[in-house]
Each structure stands twice: as C-alpha cells, then as structure tokens.
Design a protein around this ligand. Structure first.
Ligand SMILES: [Zn+2]
Length: 278
C-alpha cells in the first residue's frame, strides 16, 4: 500500500551495509527499566539477567553524495576511555580488531578516508566515540541541534560526563546541526527527532529500492523488547512514550525493517558487511 512515507526513495544504485563495530556486556537493568528489581517477597532476585549488546554502524554508498556513515561505535580503547568502574559495568567483550571502525568499513571495499559525511542518531560515547577518526578532517558531522547542545553542556558541567566524552566532542570537528523534527538530510535519507533517551536523538529512515524501508532507531530502543513491548529504558519517560508512538506508526505504514541500537539477535538476522542491501 502506498504511503507518503515511502515516496522519498534512495536513488537507484544506493548500497547499504550494516557494520559490526563492537560488543559489550551489561546488567539488563541498563537496557530495560525495572529489570532485575527486587520485590517485597523476593528482595534479592536469584536470577540476575545480563545482556550481550552489539555496537552497530551503517555505511551508505550514495550515487550523488558519496559515502555516508551513520553512527561510529565507541571508537578505540573503550575500556581505557570509560575507566573504572564503568569499564566493568559496560564490559567490552569478544574484542577483535576487525570490529575497529576503519577495519569494519574496509570490509565493504571502501576506506574510512573516503567517508563524505557522518550522521549521528545521538552523541553518546558508544555511538559517537569513533568520531575520533574524523579529527583533522573537514568531513561534516551531522547531529540534531538539541543533541549537540546537550552533549557539550553535559561534558562542560559534568552533568552527564560518562556517557558523553570530551575526546570526540571537540570544537575542531566540522559540526553541522539540523533543527527540524523531520528532515530529508540527503536525497532518500530522512531524519526524525525522537527524544526520550536523549533530548536530541533522531532516527534515520532509508527507503531502498529492493530491500524496502529501513529504520535505524539508535538508542530509542537498545534492544527489541523496548520496541516490541513498548517498554522503555528512557531518561525522559514522557518524551520516550511520544517518540515510541511515532516510530510504531511509521514502521507500520512503511513495513520497515528496524535496526535497534544494540540488539544482537536482530542485528544478526540481517546481512552485515561485506554483504549489502540495495
Ligand atoms: Zn548505545
């Protein structure tokens, strides 16, 4: 069925790769509000669930705009950058050098040096730490105005200093902000403001010729249960509820495939680089 939301199509020849850029393991309470909580009758739950999370980027080979990277993973030396005790709470696991961002991009036959633009759904360390690869370049770095302001404020005041980091939130990157709730940022690529996890988080939608509609949710949803059960892990609950409704309706209208921020099972149900979608 036709929908206004499928009219904006990526041009003929667009290729899409999903990139596998890291793994971490954490308590389920960090991805699913209320997980592992005790109760009056069972104050100390016997089972304390943990989650293996993946870090994900996407690379788009665009016929007129060149290579576009969506999110970057955490970048180099995640355990050292996080430092104790956070490197134990969000433990890097199953590290292999082929998950470093330049190596993950190389699997597509491209070089990170050929990336023409970077888009961030949000600026937390595990999604934007790889911006360290773009210092000393003029590559434009796109994020929503509200996200960039919140990120710099958080680092400068220490209000949210662990999840945002000063080593990639630098004044000398070529920041490009966008400002509206909806934007066709490049031909065929649309951004929607979806606050909740962070004030400026945006989802990205791509309507591909063969594989159909893709929605990259960033951390509006860490794992599929956040989406399927409308169960948040949100910092602003009301905003998250509003964004959740928007994504559900959009996904239904477009019959979209969703790529959640960190869901391992969903990620591995899709092809990932070097295989690609058209
Ligand atoms: Zn994340």
């Amino acid at each position: 069925m036709a929908s206004l939301d499928t009219l904006i199509q990526a041009p003929e020849g667009t290729k899409l790769w999903l990139l596998y850029v890291g793994d971490m393991e954490t308590d389920e309470a960090f991805v699913y509000t209320g997980a592992n909580a005790g109760s009056y009758s069972q104050p100390h739950p016997s089972e304390h669930k943990r989650r293996h999370l993946v870090q994900i980027s996407a690379l788009i080979e665009h016929p007129t705009e060149g290579l576009i990277l969506f999110e970057t993973g955490s970048g180099r030396n995640w355990p050292e950058v996080l430092g104790p005790p956070f490197n134990d709470l969000f433990k890097q696991v199953e590290y292999t050098s082929d998950k470093e961002l330049p190596a993950a991009i190389a699997k597509t036959g491209h070089s990170i040096k050929d990336v023409k633009a970077v888009i961030l759904g949000h600026l937390h360390l595990d999604h934007a730490g790889g911006l360290e690869h773009f210092t000393d370049t003029d590559v434009p770095i796109y994020a929503h105005e509200k996200e960039l302001k919140h990120a710099f404020y958080s680092v400068a005041t220490g209000s949210d200093a662990v999840v945002y980091g000063p080593h990639y939130l630098r004044f000398d990157l070529n920041w490009k902000t966008f400002h509206s709730d909806f934007l066709e940022i490049f031909p065929g690529l649309t951004m929607r403001h979806a606050p909740g996890h962070t004030p400026g988080l945006c989802i990205m939608q791509v309507n591909m010729r063969e594989s159909g509609t893709w929605i990259f949710t960033s951390d509006q949803y860490h794992v599929k249960e956040n989406y399927e059960q409308s169960h948040p892990q949100a910092r602003d609950h009301d905003d998250w509820i509003h964004s959740n409704q928007m994504v559900h309706m959009l996904a239904k209208r477009t019959n979209a495939k969703l790529v959640f921020g960190h869901d391992k099972e969903t990620f591995f149900s899709y092809k990932h680089a070097p295989e690609y979608y058209t």
